[in-house]
Design a binder for this molecule. Structure first.
Ligand code: BES
Ligand code: MN
Ligand code: ZN
Length: 510
């Protein structure tokens, strides 16, 4: 898939004032007393123009803000972008990521084709340069992302490509930045890829199309293999959950399995990690149909599965020394004469039976088969990711994903990855009390619990399909979508999970 705005990203060792570029971005703290060394030097060459903007109060260094200052003959840059970093003591890697996103977004708006980033300068000494290189790369992809592949008539056109350099005058610093850039580019691209695939509507991406796309990615990626089970193969295996959900649609369901094996003996003897992602290409609710308002957003219900696909791509490109299985059950949830019904009892892949009380609780019906598959493949660690419950969005809002699990260490590792990646999580319970609610009188389980604690009930259902594996569940129903432009990027799919899961994998590969 072609990137919608093609980004070219590299490092460049050069004097900051000599760098010829359409836009040179530097960082400023809101609580700084005076200008730092780099900005003082530029300010002098610009005859005090930076100081003037600050003195006039047009720019205060607040996070999320920026100001343009125009260049002159004594510097190579046509424009300077002062990017707000907020308070120095609060600065984290996400500050750098957001600053780069802010600069990239501005570059696209100004149609400035070349962008030079010197944002790490303000935080050098406080944060690791390699980590900042990675964050700047990720931020660049986030901020420059646009989804307009079906717009045929655009008035003013927009940039087709963006050339970005991370610059520094010090060779040793460039070496460190460059190392971070290499992984940041892989992760940034994988996330943009996931966003585009998720943004595509259900008439373009059905389960078959998603499976074909996964096959294409595997074919083009060293170390990655893809197997797809069609509805007949699923029936032979007894994958009753996925089949039930998919039964109402003319587009049949698919069970997608991606396998990553690193070259040589890098991961020999290491246990397999499974990533299981929900890929409902459209969730109408089925017979238990949803209200019409905002139903269009349910084209995004495949985002968990696509986050797994993007993460598998990134893990393979990063050549991580791990064995990873990406499991993506995919179906379209529609009402029709062949749909599954409330009251139906389904025998799932695990052998456990489920009484369907609400066909709109379909995510758990497909994920339970995905989890059972991971258990049968002897995976030691299983992480599932899904837009599972509106209740999670009610509980945590738009900023954090719900995190449940049965293993403290795994939960901690995911919390650490969340802090580093800027894709935030918050722990929620899913233990025995909640599992109790999911018991049926006429089957092993039912697919809905009481009205209360819906996110926890959903997780407690899934938990019972993870066997003895270390298991964690990410409910991303609140964070899958940017409703409007945010600090990072424009509206639409967030691609949530690609950075979080890839960071988790990179950390445990160390
Ligand atoms: N895909 C939805 C959850 C969702 C809601 C995601 C809003 C993003 C935004 C899921 O399949 C669903 O419909 N869940 C039901 C579960 C209920 C019937 C137990 C819900 O949240 O209402
Ligand atoms: Mn649903
Ligand atoms: Zn759903």
């Amino acid at each position: 898939m072609k990137e919608i705005i093609e980004v070219e990203l590299k490092t460049h060792k050069i004097d900051f004032s000599k760098c010829e570029t359409s836009l040179l971005a530097t960082g400023h703290f809101s609580d700084a007393k005076g200008l730092d060394k780099l900005n003082a030097e530029l300010n002098q060459k610009l005859g005090g123009a930076i100081e003037q903007v600050i003195k006039l109060g047009d720019f205060k260094g607040k996070a999320g803000t920026s100001a343009v200052v125009y260049g002159n003959d004594s510097i190579g840059a046509k424009r300077l972008l002062l990017v707000g970093l907020g308070e120095k003591k609060k600065a984290t890697l996400d500050t750098v990521r957001k600053a780069a996103a802010n600069a990239a977004k501005k570059s696209v708006e100004l149609k400035a084709e070349s962008l030079s980033l010197a944002l790490h300068r303000a935080l050098d000494g406080k944060l690791d340069l390699t980590a900042m290189g990675r964050a700047m790369a990720e931020g660049t992809y986030l901020g420059s992302y646009r989804y307009d592949e079906f717009v045929t008539e655009s008035e003013n056109g927009r940039l087709k490509s963006l050339n970005v350099e991370v610059i520094d005058s010090d060779k040793a610093k460039i070496t460190k930045l460059n190392k971070g850039l290499a992984s940041g580019i892989i992760i940034g691209k994988a996330q943009s890829y996931a966003r585009t695939l998720t943004n595509r509507p259900a008439n373009i991406i059905n389960p078959e199309a998603l499976a074909a796309e996964a096959k294409r990615v595997a074919k083009n990626t060293t170390g990655l293999a893809c197997t797809v089970f069609d509805e007949k193969q699923m029936a032979a295996k007894g994958m009753g959950g996925v089949l039930a959900v998919g039964s109402g649609s003319a587009s049949p369901p698919r069970f997608i399995v991606l396998k990553y094996t690193p070259a040589g003996k890098a991961a020999k003897g290491r246990p397999t990690i499974a990533l299981v992602g929900k890929a409902i290409t459209f969730d109408s609710g089925g017979i238990s149909i949803k209200p019409a308002d905002k139903m269009d957003e349910m084209k995004l219900d495949k985002t968990g599965g696509i986050a797994v696909l993007g993460t598998m791509k990134a893990a393979a490109e990063l050549k991580l020394p791990l064995n990873i299985l990406g499991i993506i059950p995919s179906a379209e949830n529609l009402p029709s004469g062949t749909s599954y019904r409330p009251g139906d009892i389904i025998t799932t892949f695990s052998g456990k039976t489920v009484e369907v009380l609400n066909t709109d609780a379909e995510g758990r019906m497909i994920l339970c088969d995905g989890l059972a598959y991971a258990v049968k493949e002897n995976c030691a660690v299983i992480i599932d990711i899904a837009t599972l419950t509106g209740a999670c969005k009610v509980a945590l809002g738009k900023y954090m994903a719900g995190l449940m699990g049965n293993d403290e260490k795994l939960i901690k590792q995911l919390q650490t990855a969340a802090e580093e990646s800027g894709e935030k999580v918050w722990p929620l319970p899913s233990g025995d009390e909640y599992a109790e609610e999911m018991k049926s009188k006429i089957a092993d389980l039912k697919n809905t619990g009481s009205r209360w604690g819906g996110a926890c009930n959903g997780a407690a259902f899934l938990r019972q399909f993870a066997g003895d594996a270390k298991w964690a569940h990410l409910d991303i129903a609140g964070v899958d979508l940017f409703e409007s432009t945010t600090g990072y990027t424009t509206e639409g799919s967030s691609g949530f999970g690609v950075r979080l899961l890839t960071t988790y994998l990179m950390n445990i590969a160390k």
